[in-house]
Design a protein around this ligand. Structure first.
Ligand code: GDP
Length: 197
């Protein structure tokens, strides 16, 4: 996978880059390990540095990997004590994003394997479902659970989401699932690439 280059941070639809090529979006609760997963999948540290820069955590951060392939880091949700105005802005930004991107070809949701799917993740999934996009769930921090418990959690989440979702145990610390996640992304970027030429 080629190294991602930071493209832009978007606070509204007007800031989104051109809707061409293919992009895959990463969503997840704050502290679910989304930035760490993005870094290990992309093989660079700078992704998280960009997305965690004060002032950028509530924005959509776009990265480009070579020709017409993008990674999109959506702002995390589930912060404690967030003012209603911030929540409303988050909601309208995400609505603008999911409602407008023809180039969106897959969504990755990071879920802390110890917590499993929370109510907020279910809400996010409700939002994504109508788009009928391939979905990957990264069960992050898999090193925090024993193998048996991790497998049980993976089966539970798979059963809950059905055949449309690919569930992977993932640990940035132990590099578990990194190759699988990369392969999944490559397939999403490649999807229908001929149609774009
Ligand atoms: P984000 O807010 O969703 O972007 O989450 P971060 O990537 O910042 O991670 C949140 C916390 O979980 C940090 O303290 C990370 O060090 C930790 N973390 C992330 N991935 C892993 C992992 O694979 N294993 C372990 N043990 N900790 C992790």
């Amino acid at each position: 996978m080629s190294s991602p280059i930071f493209l832009t941070s978007a606070a509204s639809r007007a800031d989104f880059p051109d809707d061409t090529g293919r992009e895959v979006a990463f969503a997840g609760r704050s502290n679910s390990g989304k930035s760490t997963a993005l870094n290990s999948i992309a093989g660079v540290r700078k992704l998280a540095r960009v997305s965690k820069t004060p002032g950028r955590t509530q924005l959509i951060n776009f990265f480009e990997l070579g020709s017409q392939r993008r990674l999109v880091d959506l702002p995390g949700y589930g912060f404690a004590r967030v003012p209603a105005g911030v929540k409303a802005r988050w909601r309208s930004l995400l609505e603008a994003y999911f409602g407008s991107r023809a180039s969106l070809t897959g969504v990755v949701l990071t879920v802390d394997i110890r917590r499993g799917l929370t109510g907020l993740d279910e809400q996010m999934l409700e939002w994504i479902r109508p788009l009928e996009l391939p979905l990957a769930i990264l069960l992050t921090k898999a090193d925090k659970l024993g193998r048996g418990a991790a497998l049980t959690r993976a089966r539970e989440v798979s059963a809950r989401l059905g055949p449309g979702a690919t569930v992977m145990r993932f640990s940035a610390l132990q590099s578990t699932g990194v190759a699988e996640a990369r392969a999944w992304l490559e397939a999403r970027w490649a999807a229908g690439e001929q149609d774009l030429r």
